[in-house]
Design a protein around this ligand. Structure first.
Ligand code: UDP
Length: 199
């Protein structure tokens, strides 16, 4: 796939539909390693300029999406032309729609947001997309000591998608730290999406 390079970060030139096809393929394969989707927003791109740790997480990710119109417009100035924005929130909703339609029993684990929002988001998803499963959920206000318990809960749930709403770049760091133990096929940070869905 051709890429647009924005301040050193390679963004593949994929539309939302192409991104969905790619992720659908990955979920249907029996891959052994977690596929990390990074929603590349301006904060992440800027932070990568001086944060080598985050930069290497982005370099190791399976896919970086153009999270926001700013990234798409900048790509035009640089002659790179990303086709359209693919935000974490839009991508999450399209994945839920796709899973609801294809009836392949895709499962989602929701990590992040406050407890009430997490519960409401899970309920709203269950109501709107009855053919997907919420494999588990946990709010996002936990201490590092609780990481182990949460990793174990996710590992046991073995979700197709681990949706992480802890803010950026905390979501990316958390996914990367535990990626080998999460037993999820695809993980992605989604910023404040659960607040939008559960609000
Ligand atoms: N959040 C969380 N735990 C924290 C800090 C934030 O679960 O310790 C959640 C917060 O409730 C919200 C999301 O992370 O649902 C952050 O949303 P924001 O729009 O700030 O994300 P960003 O734009 O930073 O990716």
């Amino acid at each position: 796939v051709p890429v647009a390079n924005i301040m050193g970060i390679p963004f593949p030139k994929l539309t939302m539909d192409q991104t969905l096809s790619k992720l659908s393929e990955i979920v249907e394969q029996n891959r052994s390693s977690l596929f990390h989707v990074i929603t590349g927003n301006p904060e992440i791109v800027m932070r990568c300029q001086h944060d080598a740790g985050l930069r290497s997480i982005v370099d190791e990710a399976g896919l970086v999406t153009a999270d926001g119109i700013g990234i798409v417009l900048v790509s035009r100035m640089k002659g790179g032309h990303l086709p359209e924005r693919v935000t974490g929130c839009d991508l999450l909703i399209r994945l839920l729609e796709t899973g609801n339609r294809n009836r392949k029993n895709w499962s989602f684990y929701l990590l992040g947001a406050d407890e009430e929002t997490s519960l409401k988001a899970a309920e709203a998803i269950g109501r709107t997309y009855p053919n997907v499963t919420i494999a588990g959920r946990h709010h996002g206000y936990f201490t590092p000591e609780e990481d182990e318990k949460i990793v174990e809960d996710i590992r046991r749930a073995a979700p197709d998608f681990l949706i992480v709403a802890l803010g950026a770049p905390q979501a990316e760091l958390w996914i990367h730290t535990y990626r080998s133990r999460l037993n999820a096929k695809i993980a992605m940070g989604v910023g404040g999406s659960l607040d939008i869905i559960g609000g």
